[in-house]
Design a binder for this molecule. Structure first.
Ligand SMILES: [Zn+2]
Length: 62
C-alpha cells in the first residue's frame, strides 16, 4: 500500500487507514487517511471498514 499522511498528526504511515472520502464538485475528489493510532478516533462510519469497526466497538461496550 502506498504510504499516506495521517490527517490528524501528519505522520507519513506505511499502514494508512482510509477514514473518509471528499467528493469535489469537479475532479475525482480525494481520500482522507489516518495512521493506525488515529484511525479509530475519527468518525469513519462512511467507510465499510469504519462501519465494521464502529459496530464492533458498540457491540463490545454494550
Ligand atoms: Zn495520526
Amino acid at each position: 500500500m502506498t504510504p499516506q499522511y495521517c490527517h490528524k498528526c501528519g505522520t507519513l504511515t506505511d499502514s494508512p487507514v482510509l477514514v473518509d472520502e471528499v467528493h469535489a464538485a469537479s475532479g475525482p475528489g480525494r481520500n482522507i487517511y489516518a495512521c493506525p493510532a488515529h484511525a479509530a478516533r475519527v468518525p469513519a462510519a462512511l467507510t465499510p471498514a469504519g462501519a465494521l469497526a464502529d459496530a464492533l466497538r458498540r457491540g463490545r461496550s454494550g
